[in-house]
Design a protein around this ligand. Sequence first.
Ligand code: UD1
Length: 430
Amino acid sequence: MDQYVIKGGNPLVGEVEIGGAKNAALAILAAAIMTNETVVVENLPDVRDINVLLEAMEKIGAKIERLDSHSVKINSSQIGNFSVDYEYIKRIRASYYLLGALLGKYKRAAVPLPGGCNIGSRPIDQHLKGFKALGADVKIEYGFIVTEAEQLRGSHIYLDVVSVGATINIMMAAAMAEGSTVLENAAKEPHVVDVANFLNSMGANIKGAGTDVIRIKGVERLHSTEYSIIPDQIEAGTFMFAAAATMGDVTVKNVIPKHLEATTSKLLEIGCEIEELDDAVRVVSSKRLKSTNVKTLPYPGFPTDMQPQITVALALAKGTSIVTESIFDNRFKYVDELARMGANIKVEGNTAIIDGTLQYTGARISSPDLRAGAALVIAGLAADGYTVIDDVHFIERGYERFDEKLRSLGAIIEKVEDERDIQKFRLKVG
Ligand code: UD1
């Protein structure tokens, strides 16, 4: 099993190029099967989740041609199977986007019901409520969600909770329904807008994405397109907090600064300097961080996917900070690992009370999930001494060449396979 070994203590300094948004890409790739014509998707991140979804799409009959590591050509005219294997949903929950895409185009789909995951229980009742409102029959059978409709009909749908996944899944199904759909209390995340733009570039008629109310006029068919995915705000934010925690000076390039506002405003609050350019943001951290409070919220609030990264920075700040997780019910699992590095954090329900420490010390720790794993790497980079992080396969789900990008900023980090590699690393870096 791959591990990262880190010698901490170096401030990160330099520029780093941010890739395409994983969460936008997952939905856009699924939506690409909604036309018989060829679709080209560019600026894909080369990460495990994307590659697994492409495999799942191939398995149901889509023809996938890799143009290079960041672009793909998809032709779905030969799809003959509307049922997705459990193997894929087990590896990436987001393969449930094939539900909305298949239902929209072929009026039927069967996708295994995703279970809970490392960050808490993850119901999908709002997705199913939306499909039903569009006139689909939805059943749970033998572990699968089986849905079909003679004809989907536009409807007025109010989401009980703001859900990115439900908003996107319903938008895809409604794009090819008969008549108009109004989706209220929709999620406003940048990737919701990106998926709507992608569908519109294929001939869909979707208005209002990025606001609470999305209006979709169904069309009979969608056509070919070439589309480039937006930059990944979470990858960018992760490097920004890495700069903050290591007292560094990092410019994240190829970003949309507007998408990073919740992150930049917290970085300013904790004492970093921020310079915003057209498509880059520079973070300079030159003195001990200050404490603050933060609550995760749907966009444009502070993203839950950045919660572990800000917590790692705040655990080094002067004073007491409070982090409230309001999206997922079990997203503080990594705190026990951080405590092994010297953090003082008390978790009560969905709140973490953090009493800042002066410095982390390196330890052997384990990555519990994707974002927490990345956050623990930040802790390792800021720590005195060596840190070994197990289970880096979680991190590789969503970060492309994470260790390589960090090394380009001066981090001393390597991916290793076993104890011998760790010893070699220690001998090499001294
Ligand atoms: C997406 C992101 C994930 C991010 C999350 C919140 C992808 C692939 N994943 O996940 O990285 O952390 O948004 O920004 O894009 N809920 C329900 N019923 C539903 C659906 C959701 O109760 O039918 C609840 C969830 O349990 C959660 C909240 O709504 O408490 C938000 O979840 P949602 O926005 O749907 O997250 P995902 O789309 O799964």
